[in-house]
Design a protein around this ligand. Structure first.
Ligand SMILES: Nc1ncnc2c1ncn2[C@@H]1O[C@H](COP(=O)(O)OP(=O)(O)OP(=O)(O)O)[C@@H](O)[C@H]1O
Ligand SMILES: [Mg+2]
Length: 296
């Protein structure tokens, strides 16, 4: 099931195209990274998904429904700067959120536990460190047990310990079966946390796919043949193949070694003659740099 589906979505501010005709889909259970440099349109996109910013044009579907108001009740989210009352404690702040979301006191305690804030729940928010503030925002986002968790740069401003903690929280949420959509300008974060990624720059979506396909240090062979079905099946029997997927009108085979002539011979001996065969070897970092530079 598509938890998020976005079609030709745009947000213009006068002549500025903050989000420019983007389309993507997030399936249930994915940890989807929305990766882009500063000012690329990440927060704007999240604002559009949450309905706090009005779109200029395009279609948003949530949980395969056009009834976005109802669907948004199943979302827990953090936006750029968490808004809490400084003089109230973390617990009291969550009580206010719980009232709005219809969450119980037990859910407040569970959320505080999840983010590791139980011990400091009674301290005023203004005495919290940045890391603790971020955690409280995460607690607020997960309070009513949402099916979809949307996080805007959840590790922004955190030290390495804080980053590790947030990463673990995200993993726990994913293990519970929640779908997670998070924005980041950090490749390493997306590499470590996400199953899928979309790269955005200047409001345009440049690439999306499985992180595994983009980060692998293994070589890939991009292959095309008359009969791609047969090609796929044959590639799966090749001893050097690690995984097979498709990309456009080609088949992408992840290989243990980059000997393409051996692969070509293997295919030819089984009656598969390729019309295209190319090597691809890329980390997400290289891919990201290449992708984001291609637009300059
Ligand atoms: N209310 C607004 N009015 C005019 N321009 C805006 C407005 N909000 C955002 N923009 C512009 O739209 C573009 C995208 O902004 P956005 O905040 O979505 O980027 P971002 O990817 O979240 O960046 P960052 O990583 O810095 O948070 C930027 O050029 C920004 O200046
Ligand atoms: Mg932002």
């Amino acid at each position: 099931m598509n938890v998020i589906e976005v079609l030709e979505l745009s947000k213009h501010y006068g002549a500025k195209k903050a989000v420019d005709d983007i389309s993507f889909a997030v399936e249930q259970g994915q940890v989807f990274g929305f990766l882009g440099p500063n000012g690329s349109g990440k927060t704007t996109t999240i604002g559009l998904l949450l309905g706090v910013i009005n779109k200029t044009k395009g279609v948003i579907k949530l949980f395969e429904s056009d009834d976005l108001d109802s669907a948004r009740l199943r979302i827990g989210a953090t936006l750029e700067t968490p808004n809490f009352y400084p003089y109230l404690s973390g617990f009291e702040n969550l009580k206010i959120v719980a009232k709005i979301k219809g969450a119980s006191e037990k859910q407040i305690h569970n959320a505080l536990e999840l983010v590791g804030l139980s011990a400091r729940a009674k301290s005023p928010f203004r005495t919290y460190s940045l890391g603790m503030k971020q955690r409280l925002a995460l607690a607020a986002a997960t309070l009513s047990n949402p099916d979809l968790v949307i996080l805007d740069e959840p590790t922004n401003g955190l030290d390495p310990d804080g980053i590790r903690d947030v990463r673990q929280i995200i993993k726990r949420l994913a293990d519970e079966g929640k779908t997670i959509f998070l924005s980041s300008h950090l490749l390493s974060e997306v590499e470590q946390v996400c199953t899928h990624v979309a790269v955005i720059k200047n409001g345009k979506l440049l690439k999306s796919g499985r992180v595994k396909d983009l980060v692998s240090r293994n070589p890939f062979a991009l292959v095309r043949a008359e009969d791609n079905e047969k090609l796929r099946a044959t590639l799966e029997t090749y001893p050097e193949t690690l995984s097979v997927s498709s990309e456009g009108d080609c088949v992408l085979a992840e290989l243990k070694s980059e000997n393409l002539s051996a692969l070509n011979q293997f295919l030819a001996e089984r009656g598969v003659f390729v019309s295209h065969l190319a090597l691809r070897k890329k980390s997400l970092e290289e891919a990201f740099v290449e992708i984001t530079q291609s637009l300059n």
